[in-house]
Write a protein that binds this ligand. Structure first.
Ligand SMILES: C[S@@+](CC[C@H](N)C(=O)[O-])C[C@H]1O[C@@H](n2cnc3c(N)ncnc32)[C@H](O)[C@@H]1O
Length: 293
């Protein structure tokens, strides 16, 4: 089960009050959405977006159990389309928006889409099945230069060159279709001492591929811009990121946008107790800003 990260901090910054409206742009397993619905009762609404159709099913079951369907609208949508999707539904005013980036534990562990290197699964890695690009297509068809670029940029992988070369060599003899094949390629391409590190040698390769498949940085940049447009005066934008490049994009966007007042001078991180209960929260960084014009 996915445990929502930084729950108290999300509520502190979004400060939901009864009858206000919020957008959860990444509803995942619905943890933050449910909290927002609780705090905005009796008449506040939540518009919840996610690219993953499977997430819709999970959250609709939760909403039914909590009897909050009337105040929740769920849509299968990319958050880069947040402005159009919200306006089409005449959802306003918008008091706050949450973006909790990356993937959920449910996707990692149960989707069967190759997000994890701990199981043998097809190399898919798409949040949305409508996305024409899969991880399999990237590893089998992209050039060495492009592979090296994403491994270095998105994965911050020290051995990007070696891994890209190993992928090119491996695919000459056999198509790479499964996560375990890719893990073997990475293990052979990297020094043995990498295996003794805390993180698995394939972690960064998998992260880079996931980010490339889903165009995560590009979508984030668009969503930030559109979110500011949607917010009411004094509305709040909260972003939780798990990757240094994402956090940098959010930090600079907040700093450079004249309509925003930055509420978090430094990123807010999880307390030791939360990290103990939910190790995923270890790399979470929350930034918040208020619209002032
Ligand atoms: C970390 S999870 C969110 C968890 C959620 N806050 C909760 O409490 O359960 C991130 C979610 O964002 C979704 N996602 C990633 N990129 C997206 C995008 N561009 N548009 C919409 N949803 C996206 C993923 O499918 C995933 O379900």
């Amino acid at each position: 089960m996915h445990i929502p990260v930084l729950q108290d901090e999300v509520i502190e910054y979004l400060a939901p009050k009864p009858n206000q409206n919020f957008i959860d742009a990444t509803f995942g397993s619905g943890g933050h959405t449910m909290l927002l619905l609780e705090k905005t009762a009796p008449k506040g609404k939540v518009l919840a977006l996610d690219l993953d159709a499977d997430a819709l099913l999970r959250i609709s079951i939760k909403a039914k159990q909590a009897k909050v369907q009337a105040r929740l609208q769920m849509i299968e949508e990319n958050f880069s389309n947040i402005l159009r999707a919200t306006q089409e539904r005449k959802f306003k005013p918008v008091h706050g928006i949450l973006l909790d980036l990356g993937l959920s534990s449910d996707q990692l562990e149960n989707s069967g889409r190759g997000f994890t290197f701990q199981k043998s699964e097809p190399l898919d890695m798409r949040y949305s099945k409508k996305n024409p690009t899969t991880a399999e297509k990237i590893v089998n068809f992209w050039s060495k230069r492009d592979l090296e670029y994403i491994l270095k940029e998105y994965g911050e992988e020290e051995f990007s060159k070696e891994i890209a070369e190993a992928i090119i060599q491996a695919r000459i003899t056999k198509e790479i279709t499964k996560t375990n094949q890719l893990v073997d390629i990475v293990l052979k391409a990297t020094p043995k001492w990498q295996g003794k590190k805390k993180i698995h040698p394939a972690t960064k390769t998998f992260q880079a591929l996931r980010m490339a498949v889903n165009q995560e940085l590009e979508n984030l940049k668009i969503a930030l811009l559109k979110s500011v447009e949607l917010l009411e005066d004094q509305g709040t934008l909260v972003v939780i990121s798990f990757h240094s490049l994402e956090d940098k994009i959010v930090k600079n966007f907040f700093k450079d946008n004249p309509q925003l007042l930055v509420l978090t001078k430094k990123p807010v991180v999880a307390q030791d107790k939360e990290i103990e209960q939910n190790p995923r929260s270890r790399s979470a960084k929350l930034r918040a800003a208020r619209k002032t014009i």
